[in-house]
Design a protein. Structure first.
Length: 302
């Protein structure tokens, strides 16, 4: 799918506008939102995502539209995981209730940014190293095994970055509103609010690792990754790769040379175009070309 250059800045600008409005509403009146208000905002964002998904659906067809909605649903479900962890962190650090909405909003902003960065990096890595599909598959199998085994994890433990911040920077004992820093005895110190931000940011970074196998498990086409796969398939003389879930995909997909044969022979220097003296033959994709028998010479002609 060839995306015009103007689409990306317009999309990013629209996304930034929505976040700016949300930040403004939260910062203007810090309070604990009601259940009705939360449902209204979630419904609004889901509607906006659905309207955005109509773009690839109408412009590029049902296949691309389906890929967008599949990826969006997957990332949305992973975001719910993040949300529960963020709530756990705010409870662990006893964030005042009127500021929890702001903390959660910052965490929600950090999560898609990190996921997008990891997906872009994963797409480029897949384009360069095909066998990373096996790493993604192993990661999904490991995750599935943990879910089947019901392995319990610790509620929340401070990671290295959080412990380093606590050890290096002087910290106030209490919150100072929504401020991240404050002066104590003439010295600049960080407030627990900044510690919470570091905890949410680093935890979101770890959770963002799920995004690469999740998205590429749904579709082996990605932002930049599809181009790399197409180049690999073109070198091997095959057609477009099949899109299957990573856990049950083609076990030979990542191996070089394991490709289906081309559905048509090519003229020298013109990929995909049959020679002029040969009529094109309609064949089902993925089937081997039937052997061509030598012409039978008539005895009368001799």
């Amino acid at each position: 799918m060839n995306v015009p250059g103007w689409v990306w800045p317009v999309t990013i600008a629209g996304f930034a506008l929505v976040l700016a409005v949300d930040f403004y509403l939260v910062a203007r009146n810090p309070r604990e939102p009601s259940f009705r208000e939360c449902v209204g905002r979630v419904s609004l964002y889901v509607t906006l995502a659905g309207l955005f998904g109509l773009g690839p659906l109408l412009v590029a067809g049902p296949a691309r539209g389906g890929e967008f909605f599949a990826g969006w649903i997957t990332e949305y479900s992973l975001g719910v995981d993040d949300l529960f962890v963020f709530l756990l962190i705010t409870s662990r650090f006893a964030v005042p209730r009127q500021y929890r909405q702001k903390v959660l909003l910052i965490g929600i902003v950090l999560a898609p940014g990190m996921r997008g960065s990891f997906i872009a990096a994963g797409a480029e890595a897949v384009a360069r190293f095909d066998r990373l599909f096996y790493v993604f598959g192993a990661f999904l199998v490991h995750t599935a095994w943990k879910l089947i085994g019901h392995e319990e994890e610790a509620e929340f433990s401070e990671n290295l970055a959080l412990r380093t911040v606590r050890r290096v920077l002087p910290t106030t004992e209490t919150y100072r509103g929504a401020a991240l820093t404050a002066r104590v005895g003439g010295r600049l110190a960080v407030t627990p609010m900044l510690i919470v931000m570091v905890a949410i940011g680093t935890t979101g970074l770890l959770f963002a690792l799920d995004s690469i196998p999740a998205i590429f498990g749904l579709s082996q086409q990605g932002p930049g990754g599809g181009a790399g796969l197409d180049r690999r398939e073109a070198r091997a003389g095959g057609d477009a790769p099949r899109r299957r879930p990573m856990g049950a995909g083609d076990p030979h997909h990542g191996l070089p040379g394991r490709h289906r044969p081309s559905s048509s022979s090519s003229a020298p220097g013109v990929p995909g175009k049959p020679p002029a003296d040969e009529a094109p033959v309609n064949r089902s994709p993925g089937l081997l070309e039937p052997p061509v028998s030598p012409p039978v010479r008539s005895a009368r002609a001799e």
